[in-house]
Each structure stands twice: as structure tokens, then as C-alpha cells.
Unconditional design. Sequence first.
Length: 262
Amino acid sequence: MNEDWAHVVTRLGGAEALEVGARETKAFVRPREISNAVDLLRLILAYCLGTRGLRLTAAWATSVGLVDISNVALLYRLRQSGDWLAQLIGRALASAAPKASRGRLIRIVDATTVPKAGTGGRQKNAVWRIHSAFDLPRERFGHFELTDQRDGETLDRIPVVAGEIRLADRAYLQPERMAHLVEAGADFVIRSGWKSARWLDRKGNLINLVVELRKASARGMIDRAIWIKRKSGGSPLAVRLVAVKKPAQAAATARRKARRTA
């Protein structure tokens, strides 16, 4: 276990980096029962990833000579460590990220609805709509906005941060708002249905996306430049179209779902 633990510490940047991060986030302010940040992290992970409760984790720490601490003191330490753990998770995820995304804010935008209370709300199908942005790799929500049913899901509702990469589902394939993001210095990755937009080639001619997908069936993927027509009459929006063929099992599941819906 000691050899494995040393490997974990190395992967997380080493003892010195852990000490600096713990002090910055106030997870480890001064040594008392726990003498350093490495021991604190081992204690936290023993509780969070193990099967013991607070009392047994504290007893385990004493039995292995890690630290002599009470369950109450352990609980206090856990409560102070959230920001530190988020920082460690962010670094671990960032190290595996593609080079194009490193150092950039990555945000998932979405919305959910909650029916309004009361008979009047039900009769009018009135809802509260919660618009949110989930920040990666910090793994926490960075923005919320509450509206009613009159305000729909829009890609640029949440303020743009220059350099960010915004991820969204097919409801957000909105050419004018996508253009706003590009003008503000952001990038986006958005799912799309085959008829969600008017697709154009470099010369401005309409493209039948189903035909293009069938052409690429043998190769199993498409990765090409494509343009989307804008309702405002502005220049078509240049984007990159990426489509990957589903595995046979996933394709069969999708077909069954489509048949049931039909």
C-alpha cells in the first residue's frame, strides 16, 4: 500500500505541490494532529473511497501510524477540503486533455424545467426554466439563470468568456447565436440532427446530409468543413462537421427506439 500511495502522490504532482495547493485552498493551514498535506489527503481518500465511517477511519489511521485523530476532527478536515479536492481533480483531468483545450474554460450548457405550483400553472403548462453552465475540469456549476416558459434555451444566454469551449446538445444548434460566440472569441461543440440546419458547401450550394452520410458509410466517419445558412442573410457560418458511425449494438438500439416512437 505504501508503494501504491507513493505512486498516487507522484501522479498528483508530488508532496511539495500538494502542500502548496492545500495551503492555498485552506484545507491545510497549520500542522496539529496532521503534520502535512500528503497525510491529510491519504486520510481523506481512505474515508471517501473506503467502506468505513468516520469512527473506523479515524481508528484505522491510528492503527497504521498515520495520525491520531478523533472522528469529530476528521469531519472538520473533510469539510475544509472541498476546494482542494476540486483543484486536484482539475489538474488530473487537464493532464489528459487534448492540447487544443489545455488552459481553456470548457463549459457544458443546458436547461431543465420545473412545473409551476398551483392549478393555474398546470392549466397553462407554466414552468420555471433553469439555465445552467457546468465548468470543466473544475466539476462545478459556474452560472445559473431562472426564467419562465417564455424564455427558451439559447446558446449565448450565458455570458461568453473569450477562449472558452462551449458544449451543448442539439437544441442549441442556433446559427445566429453560434455566430455571436465566434465573434466573442469562443468555440463550441454542438450535437446536430441531420435536418437541424441548412447545410452548404464552399460555393453556397445546399448539401443533402443524408446522402453524405451514406457515402461515408464504408469509412465509418465524416470529418470535413461545412457551412450553415443564416436566417439574417449574413455570411454562412463556417463550422467543422464530425460524424462517427455508431457501433452495431448502439445502432440496433436506436432503430428499436425509433420504431417504438413511430
